[in-house]
Ligand binder design. Structure first.
Ligand code: ZN
Length: 72
């Protein structure tokens, strides 16, 4: 099964999403890849909002020095 489907589902809502529209989000902490998600534009927007809210609303803003978010 090496066929790459052009319409793989969004990891959040399961809706088929084309490569052109999909966003792949990789969350790295300490250079370890801890989370990768393929998201449709709607879920991507929600994910970013949630991520920024959590990062910005934390009690320790300096704690994110070792984590980074990579968006392809
Ligand atoms: Zn989605």
């Amino acid at each position: 099964m090496s066929n790459a489907s052009p319409n793989e589902p969004c990891d959040a809502c399961g809706e088929p999403t084309t490569d052109a529209l999909a966003r792949t989000v990789r969350l790295s902490v300490d250079r370890a890849n801890i989370d990768t998600q393929r998201l449709c534009p709607e879920c991507f927007a929600e994910w970013i909002q949630r991520y920024q809210a959590e990062m910005g609303g934390g009690t320790d803003p300096g704690d994110d020095a070792d984590s980074e978010i990579i968006i392809d």
